[in-house]
Every structure is written in C-alpha cells, then in structure tokens.
Design a protein around this ligand. Structure first.
Ligand SMILES: Nc1ncnc2c1ncn2[C@@H]1O[C@H](COP(=O)(O)OP(=O)(O)OP(=O)(O)O)[C@@H](O)[C@H]1O
Ligand SMILES: [Mg+2]
Length: 442
C-alpha cells in the first residue's frame, strides 16, 4: 500500500553522474577517436579554403551514427580558426540539418536568415522559392569571399528541389543567371542513405562529389574507446564492472557499428542497475539492455517514422511471416491488414493502396520483397520479409499504440509465456503441431 507520507522517488542517483553524454547528440566530445584518416581527407579537401583559394565541394556519406556530423563540426571549427588566424575571409553556414525543414522554402530561408539580423529575417511564407533563392545569392554575393554551406542529411531535401541545392547552388558562380560574381560557394553535403546517393543524377553526383569522404562503421575495438570515453563522463566512478564496455561495444559492432546505439545500451544498462537497486552496472544489466534495444528501436519507428496505414501494413506483414502455414504474400497480408484496421477502428484501404504502403515500407528499409516468377502459369507474386526479427517487432507492437490491433491469440500466447515470468514471446516452432494451431491468425 502506498502511504501518503511516503515518497517513492530517490533523491540521489548512485549510478549516473550526468546523462547528457548519452543523450541524442546533445553533447560534443572533446576528443574525436579513430577518424584520423577521414579528418585527413577532409583537411585535404578544404586546404584550399584555409588559404583563400576557391573551395571544393565535398560529399560525406556512410551509415548512421559513425561520426559524420561530429567530425564535420570539428573540421569546421579548425578551418574557421585557421582562416581567422590568417585573416582569410571565410563564412561557413551550418551544418544545417535538412530533416528539420519540411519545404525547400523553409530550408532556403533558414540559410538566408543566417546572414540577416533578426529584424530582417524572412517570414515562414510570402515569397516564391525562386525569390528566396535570389535573396540567398544576394547575401552570399555581399559577403564576397568564400562561403561554405554545410547541408546535413541531404536525402531529406524535397526531390523537386534537389537540383537547386545540390547542383545549381554549388555552381552559382559559373551560371549566367545567378547574381554571384565576387563570392565563391562550396557545398558540403552529408548523407547516410546510399540509395539516395545512387538515385542522384550523374551531373549532380559529379558536382557535389568533387571530393568524397566515406565513413565506415566502427569495429568493436574502436567502439570500446569511444563508449569508454562517454561512460567515464556519464557514470559515477567505479560503478561499471569491467565487462560492460566490451560487451556493449561487441554488440554494437555486430549490429551496425553505430555509436548512438552503443550509448543507448549504456543508458539502458545503467537504468536496469538503478531499477534493481544495484550499486554497480553489471554484465547482466548490459545483456538485458542489448536484448531490449532492438524492440525499443522498432517502437521508436512506430512512434516517429510510420503513418497509421504504414504501421498496420507493417504489423500485418509481420504476422503473415510468423504464421507457419502461409507465405507472406500480398493476398494474405491484405486480409490480415483489413482485420487489424478493423480492430483499431481504422478504415481499410484498397488492395492497390496496400501495394503502395508496402513500397513505402520497403523504401524506408522496413520490409523487403522477393519476386517469384510463376513460370508457365504466368504472372508474378511477391513474398515479403521484414528486415528486423519478427519477434522483436511484435514485442514492440505490444508496447505501442497499435497493441489493440493484435489478434487475440497473440495475447494468449503472450500470457502463456508470462507464466514463466518472461514478458516476451518467441516465434512458433513450425515443427510443433500444437504451436502451429495457435499461431494461425484470423
Ligand atoms: N569518433 C568519435 N569520437 C567521439 N564521439 C563520436 C565519434 N563518432 C561519433 N561520435 C558520437 O556519436 C554520436 C553520433 O555521431 P554523429 O552524429 O556524428 O553520427 P552521424 O554519422 O552524423 O549519424 P547520422 O547519419 O545518423 O546523422 C554523436 O554523439 C557523436 O558525438
Ligand atoms: Mg549526422
């Protein structure tokens, strides 16, 4: 029983000194580990700018969480410092994260406003995008010297404006129409989406990619150093047992070599220790953190990345894959989708629409399809797979707003597992007849 004069909150934190270094990118490290080669490439690409020659365009790419943005910031600061020492005129905008600007108008006006005092800033609407681009060129021309523009996550630039940003902008001084004469623009574009890179027109690719810098995933040893650095700041002295960092590093390296994921594991492990009133973070806490991290990541996608219709399609596809007796074909996915939509009171869309949702999910990397040719009978059929473990996906659905969509037998199965204390279920064993029975969804 909870008493009115009791307060369940603790007044101190025995585990974490500060959580800031573990939180999403809100912390800039003093040291950059294991990126000497990439920094070298960067310095070579930008050496001209440091002494006042015309800039090269630079294209930086690689998977998520491997230091592209952080290294870029570091190089930017060093470059500004050098230019300043040498009295070389240089203006650098950004990194501006394109993901935060839903339209090209917003993105260009943000760039314009970097040059302007707050009283002259552009409003959120009111001009054509072409006009705001002209304003941008005017501002740049007024600066006169080298202007570097750093655009981060450029795959988020709306497709119809990609040429404007990635081709026209870095070539503005060569173009007769743009009002750039005195100034020189260099563009640094950053992306983690290789499909996007492939989809660029060759002329855009060659303009932007004058210098390319590729960032690969970190290996376990590198991650040990990086995670160890953050852990030193985040945790109280001596609370981490010796296994925690190596284990988190090894797991992260096996997944995709992404620092952010490693930091999440450390935070989760610390929280498990705190919840269990332990004064040390142990291997066991870390192992548990790695087990829940995938479910958490999928849950985040449900909350942030997927529309309702996409989410229902994703869950239907997952159920169709788990079912022992069906292939995850569109017909089956559609019938599961309609019943899921029904359970959450959403209107189901047509089967043709479902193809669109599946395409969108596939573009975002949630599902994959395999094209099976039907041979002499003609026609083709697609069999779908999900890119994450179906069991992790269902465990995420259970915690999400879509839990009501799940068919009753999923809950029955969960209950079965709950009896032996586990809150997570496992996929059915296709060779076990009774399991096959309960795993048929209607
Ligand atoms: N070599 C490193 N040394 C120290 N910290 C690092 C290093 N690499 C990455 N980090 C830290 O890891 C986190 C993720 O790095 P960063 O934001 O640069 O990734 P990214 O490659 O830009 O990922 P995304 O493509 O998702 O934007 C940041 O908190 C960053 O400070
Ligand atoms: Mg980044």
């Amino acid at each position: 029983m909870a008493q009115i004069d009791e307060n369940p909150f603790d007044d101190t934190d025995e585990i974490f000194e500060t959580k800031r270094p573990l939180k999403k990118d809100s912390f800039n490290p003093e040291t950059i580990f294991h990126r000497d080669e990439e920094i070298n490439f960067y310095v070579n690409a930008l050496q001209d700018v440091a002494v006042g020659h015309e800039p090269n365009n630079v294209f930086v790419y690689g998977p998520t969480g491997v230091g592209k943005t952080e290294v870029t910031r570091w190089v930017r600061d060093k470059l500004l410092e050098k230019a300043d020492d040498q009295d070389v005129p240089l203006e650098i905008l950004g990194p501006v994260n394109c993901r935060n600007y839903k339209s090209s108008y917003r993105l260009v006006s943000r760039l314009v406003n970097e040059f302007r005092e707050s009283k002259d800033e552009l409003p959120n609407s009111g001009y054509s995008t072409d006009t705001v681009f002209d304003f941008l060129y005017e501002e740049i021309e007024q600066v006169g010297g080298n202007v570097l523009i750093i655009l981060d996550e450029i795959d988020n630039i709306p497709p119809d404006a990609r040429n404007d940003f990635l081709y026209d902008l870095p070539r503005a001084e060569a173009s007769e129409n743009a009002a750039i004469d005195q100034a020189c623009i260099g563009l640094i574009g950053i992306s983690n989406d290789l499909k996007f890179v492939d989809s660029l027109e060759p002329k855009v690719k060659s303009t932007l990619g004058e210098r390319e810098i590729k960032f690969g995933p970190y290996d376990a040893n590198e991650l040990r150093d990086i995670l160890g650095y953050y852990a030193d700041i985040a945790f109280h002295d001596g609370v981490l047992t010796g296994d925690v960092i190596p284990l988190a590093a090894a797991f992260t390296a096996q997944e995709r070599g992404d620092v952010r994921q490693g930091l999440k594991i450390l935070e989760k492990a610390g929280e498990y220790a705190r919840m269990g009133d332990s004064d040390m973070v142990t291997e066991e806490h870390t192992r548990r953190a790695t087990e829940t991290i995938e479910t958490d990541e999928i849950l985040e996608s449900f909350e942030n990345d997927l529309t309702r219709q996409q989410a229902l399609t994703y869950v239907a596809t997952t159920l169709a894959i788990i079912e022992p007796d069906h292939d995850a074909r569109t017909k089956r996915i559609y019938s599961l989708y309609t019943s899921l939509a029904d359970s959450v009171g959403s209107e189901s869309r047509s089967e043709r629409k479902l193809y669109e949702f599946l395409d969108q999910l596939s573009m975002q990397g949630f599902v994959r399809s395999e094209d099976h040719n039907q041979g002499r009978r003609g026609g083709r059929r697609f069999i779908y797979e999900v890119t994450d473990d179906p069991v992790d996906i269902i465990n995420a659905v259970v915690k999400s707003d879509y839990s009501e969509a799940l068919p009753n037998n999923v809950w029955d199965i969960l209950k079965l597992y709950k009896e032996d204390e586990a809150t997570e279920f496992e996929a059915p064993d296709p060779d076990n007849d009774s399991q096959r029975q309960i795993w048929q969804f209607t």
